[in-house]
Write a protein that binds this ligand. Structure first.
Ligand SMILES: C[S@@+](CC[C@H](N)C(=O)[O-])C[C@H]1O[C@@H](n2cnc3c(N)ncnc32)[C@H](O)[C@@H]1O
Length: 255
């Protein structure tokens, strides 16, 4: 496997089960001089270790417990990719950031029968579930969005699904996605959307009960995050999953 190269002391490649996580790379606190731009941004974020431990704990039951949400969020994301359109050039190398148990990667196998699929995921428990699927044409690495152990300019499409609200450094993660995309490549971000009252209520409840969480974005803030990383042609769509989940999917391009 030659897709991944170690970066800044990291040793991860899809084959060696390498480990490039916050604890190992020194990310974990807001950078000195970084000023909060919204109330959400000023909230103290949980440590990456707490988030990792939460997902290690949830991993075995994750897909069963969240099935309906997962099916709906994957379908909403894939529909916005419009992979079925006849004139669409299909991506050959695709990355899922925060791939969890690998469900999205599994669902990409059919519409992208020739693509090489990659996933990065910090939770060892979630990664174990993903690897147990023995996904064909897929390589899975333990890593965080903020430090992708992957070559620059090596992907046509990067997706991230329901993971952004856990990233400790969203701007750094988005810059990493920009770095690994080829010019013309697309990023697709699906996540909870803070513009919905119901989402704000859920987030408030999670904060009250001190459940691990990072920053939750609204549509305007997500657009800003993408444009700040250098992306163009940003389109953010908001929608609901069921009555409760206020969601959004952003599609953007690296020029
Ligand atoms: C709600 S799950 C979503 C998993 C998968 N994308 C899905 O849709 O089923 C959130 C995932 O984000 C991962 N995650 C947490 N912090 C991350 C980070 N800094 N970079 C990448 N992924 C992260 C978690 O370990 C967890 O697997």
């Amino acid at each position: 496997m030659v897709a991944a190269e170690p970066r800044r002391g990291g040793s991860a490649s899809p084959d060696d089960g390498g480990d490039v996580r916050h604890g190992k790379c020194g990310i974990g606190r807001r950078r000195a001089g970084e000023t909060p731009t919204s109330r959400e941004d000023s909230i103290e974020r949980h440590s990456p270790d707490a988030i990792e431990a939460e997902y290690d704990r949830l991993a075995a039951d994750y897909e069963r417990r969240w099935r309906r949400y997962l099916d709906a969020s994957i379908a909403a994301t894939l529909s916005r990719l419009r992979l079925g359109e006849p004139e669409r050039v299909l991506p050959e190398r695709v990355l899922d950031v925060g791939c969890g148990t690998g469900l999205l990667i599994a669902r990409l196998a059919e519409p992208l029968p020739d693509a090489r699929l990659f996933g990065v995921e910090p939770s060892a428990g979630m990664l174990r579930m993903a690897r147990a699927k023995r996904l064909p044409r897929a390589a899975l690495v333990r890593a965080v969005a903020e430090q992708l152990p992957l070559r620059a300019l090596s992907f046509d499409l990067v997706l991230t699904l329901s993971a952004l609200h856990y990233w400790h450094e969203p701007a750094a993660g988005m810059r990493e996605i920009y770095r690994v995309l080829r010019p013309g490549g697309r990023v697709v971000v699906t996540d909870w959307c803070l513009d919905y009252l119901t989402t704000r209520a859920i987030v408030g409840q999670l904060r009250l009960t001190r459940r691990p969480l990072g920053r939750v974005f609204g549509a305007a803030a997500l657009r800003q995050l993408l444009e700040g990383a250098g992306f163009a042609d940003v389109v953010v769509e908001r929608y609901r999953i069921g009555l409760v989940w206020g969601m959004m999917t952003a599609v953007a391009r690296k020029l």
